[in-house]
Design a protein around this ligand. Structure first.
Ligand SMILES: *Cc1c(COP(=O)(O)O)cnc(C)c1O
Length: 343
């Protein structure tokens, strides 16, 4: 980013917003009587959650070696994608730029917000063509560029992320939903250098807690303040905050999860070799494979018939299915079926 000013990118109405402040969450009390929020005094889970998610942020701050003021917590990172678009993109005027193919939710939220979705087609190895990027960003309506690394649904990581941060004068979101599986460095270490960077991470994939709906945005304090201003005050519920805190205290849990998945990923990769209906298995840094099938109609129908649910990417990615790594029993069912398909 060259001009260094986040404020000039923010929608006017958002800049003028006053954040909703929950009085009790911003003060320290001993043993208060809560008569301020019209809750019930009886029962379990009767109180609103901490709108600032203080405990969770403090714990994450230790783990990530960042300040709590550099993080916002969302109801899944999906919510954060929506909020980022709302903060920076004026409806009917501004646009987002995303890789193609990539995660559909960027386009989904932009469209709901009436922002144009501009797509940067990837090359045959699913890499960004830098010259195309440089010519795309001449379009001045683009406020946010979504980089997904490792990319869903292609599985590969984006190389040279600093190139995009240096050359684009808007917000660059690096979505690291699958980073733990990749062995690659997180872009978190670039936060101090680039005020226009937002890194998204989630508890839904490597942590294995998709049901709790908790995702994080890491960015400059200026951007985080904006996200905290526009978010619903009680966006992360009590049960989820508690469950995530408990999971974070279980030592070795993440590593163990990731290692199990990587082991299964390697096992599947071996098994795919020599299966007749498989045309090509693309390299992956994530917990899924993008696979080109020889006769996708038939293969997909036979999988559905045996109740093996996968994500068909054809026709957007011709002939391709995205299949995620399951446990051994699930993976064996998949392999058995694929081996028995007669083209
Ligand atoms: C799964 C996924 C997410 C996670 O979304 P949550 O709302 O946190 O569950 C984010 N980005 C990408 C690219 C994903 O594939």
């Amino acid at each position: 980013m060259k001009n260094n000013s986040i404020k000039t990118l923010v929608r006017q109405n958002i800049l003028q917003l006053q954040p909703y402040i929950s009085f009790r969450d911003h003060n320290e009390f001993g043993s208060p009587v809560f008569l301020d929020a019209n809750e019930s005094p009886f029962g379990e889970c009767n109180r609103y959650p901490d709108s600032t998610q203080k405990k969770l942020k403090n714990r994450l701050a230790e783990l990530k070696k960042l300040s709590p003021s550099q993080m916002a917590i969302g109801n899944g990172s999906d919510e954060l994608i929506d909020l980022i678009i709302k903060i920076f993109c004026e409806p009917k005027k501004d646009s987002i730029l995303m890789m193609n193919p990539s995660f559909a939710m960027y386009g989904f939220y932009a469209t709901i917000n009436e922002n144009r979705v501009l797509k940067l087609d990837l090359n045959e190895d699913f890499e960004i063509i830098k010259e195309d990027f440089l010519s795309s960003i001449k379009e001045e309506s683009i406020k946010v560029f979504f980089l997904c690394s490792p990319n869903n649904p292609t599985g590969n990581s984006v190389e040279d992320i600093e190139f995009y941060l240096q050359n684009f004068n808007g917000i660059v979101v690096v979505d690291e939903a699958y980073i733990e599986f990749s062995g690659k460095k997180s872009s978190l270490e670039l936060l101090d250098k680039y005020p226009n960077l937002i890194v998204l991470q989630t508890f839904s994939k490597a942590w294995g807690i998709a049901g709790a709906r908790v995702g994080m945005a890491y960015a400059s304090e200026e951007i985080i303040t904006l996200i905290n201003t526009v978010k619903a005050p009680y966006n992360v519920n009590v049960l989820s905050q508690e469950l995530i805190l408990k999971s974070l205290s279980e030592e070795g849990r993440l590593t163990e999860n990731v290692n199990k998945i990587l082991e299964e990923r390697t096992w599947l990769q071996e098994q795919f070799k020599g299966i007749e209906c498989i045309e090509k298995v693309f390299p992956t840094d994530a917990n899924f494979f993008l696979i080109a099938m020889k006769n996708i109609e038939q293969v997909y129908a036979e999988m559905l018939d045996k109740e093996i649910l996968t994500s068909r990417r054809d026709p957007a990615i011709p002939g391709c299915i995205r299949i995620n790594v399951g446990n051994r029993q699930e993976n064996e069912r998949l392999i058995d079926l694929l081996k028995n398909i007669q083209l």
